[in-house]
Write a protein that binds this ligand. Structure first.
Ligand code: GDP
Ligand code: MG
Length: 266
C-alpha cells in the first residue's frame, strides 16, 4: 500500500513540532470508532514533557461498550483519556478540566483530518468571542483563545497524517473519513471498508440489502433506491458512495472498527 500524502506528512510534522514548543499540554483528538488507527503516533514523541490527553471524539457514532474498553486500555499509560461527542456536548470547557493547574497553561489540539479539531476550536471560540493575540501591533502567526483565567488554547490545530501501510488500516481510516474519499480511488477504498465490516461487523453489512455477496447486496440497495444510469443500468458507484456515507454517519447503527483486543494479540 502506498504512503498517503507523502509530502504533507513531513511538513505537518515540522509544523506541529514548533507548535508544541509553546505549550504545556496537548489534546490528541482521535475517532472513538478507531482510536488506535487515528492516533497521531508518529508525533507523540514530541509530547514527552507535556501533559497529554487523548480525546475519543464522535462517541455518538461508536459502540459504547467498545468505547469504554478503549478508555480503560488507553488509560493504562500516563495519559488522560476522555471520551465524548463534540456534537452532543454542552459544556466543551469541561474537556480541559484535567489540565487545570494553579498557574496558567497553554494547550494545543492535534489530530488527523476530520476528527473534530475545528469543531472543538469553534466551540471554544463561540463561548469567548474574541481570540487573543500575543501583543497588539505585532504580526503573529499564533492566536490564543482563552478558556478561563488559567487556560489558553492555540486556535490553529495541528493536522497529522497517517502513514498507511496496509489495507486494514486504510479501511479504518476510510470509515472514519480521515481519508478523503474524493481524492482517492473510492471504489477500491469502499470495497476495503466493506470487506473489513464483513469480517468484523456482519450485521452492518446485512443492513445494506438482501444478498449472498457484497455485490448482490449493493445491487439490491441500488435497485431499492432507484440508482439507475441511462439504459436502466444500476449506478453502482452511487450505491457505493451512498452506503459509505450512511455507514460513516451512523445510519446503520453505532459501529466501532477496532477493539483493544485487536492490538493485544500482536
Ligand atoms: N457525529 C459526529 N460528528 C462530529 C463530531 N465532532 C465533529 N464531527 C463532524 O466531523 C466532521 C469533521 O470535523 P472538523 O472539526 O472539521 O474536523 P477537523 O478536520 O479535525 O478540523 C464535521 O462534519 C463535524 O461536524 C461528533 O462528536 N460526532
Ligand atoms: Mg479543521
Amino acid at each position: 500500500m502506498e504512503v498517503w500524502y507523502p509530502s504533507h506528512v513531513e511538513k505537518a510534522k515540522k509544523a506541529i513540532k514548533s507548535l508544541i514548543k509553546t505549550v504545556g499540554g496537548v489534546v490528541e483528538i482521535v475517532d472513538a470508532r478507531a482510536p488506535m488507527a487515528t492516533r497521531p503516533m508518529d508525533i507523540e514523541p514530541y509530547f514527552s514533557d507535556k501533559i497529554r490527553m487523548i480525546f475519543l471524539n464522535k462517541t455518538d457514532l461508536a459502540n459504547p461498550r467498545i468505547t469504554s474498553m478503549w478508555v480503560e486500555s488507553l488509560s493504562k499509560n500516563e495519559v488522560i483519556v476522555v471520551s465524548g461527542s463534540l456534537k452532543e456536548m454542552r459544556n466543551v470547557r469541561r474537556i480541559f478540566d484535567p489540565f487545570r493547574r494553579p498557574r496558567e497553561i497553554n494547550i494545543a489540539i492535534v489530530g488527523m483530518p476530520n476528527v473534530g479539531k475545528s469543531t472543538l476550536v469553534n466551540m471554544i471560540k463561540r463561548r469567548r468571542s474574541a481570540s487573543i493575540g500575543d501583543k497588539p501591533g505585532v504580526t503573529r502567526a499564533v492566536q490564543w483563545m482563552r478558556v478561563d483565567d488559567h487556560l489558553k488554547v492555540l486556535d490553529t490545530p495541528g493536522v497529522t497524517y497517517p502513514r498507511i501501510y496496509n489495507d486494514l488500516l486504510y479501511a479504518k481510516l476510510g470509515l472514519c473519513n480521515v481519508v478523503d474519499i474524493e481524492k482517492v480511488d473510492f471504489e477500491a477504498l469502499i470495497y476495503y471498508e466493506l470487506d473489513l465490516l464483513c469480517k468484523t461487523q456482519p450485521a452492518v453489512v446485512e443492513k445494506i440489502g438482501e444478498g449472498s455477496s457484497i455485490m448482490e447486496r449493493l445491487e439490491n440497495y441500488a435497485k431499492k433506491h432507484g440508482f439507475l444510469l441511462r439504459g436502466g443500468i444500476l449506478d453502482m458507484n452511487r450505491a457505493l458512495l451512498t452506503v459509505h456515507r450512511e455507514i460513516t454517519h451512523g445510519k446503520f447503527g453505532r459501529v466501532s472498527y477496532e477493539t483493544p483486543d485487536d492490538y493485544e494479540q500482536i
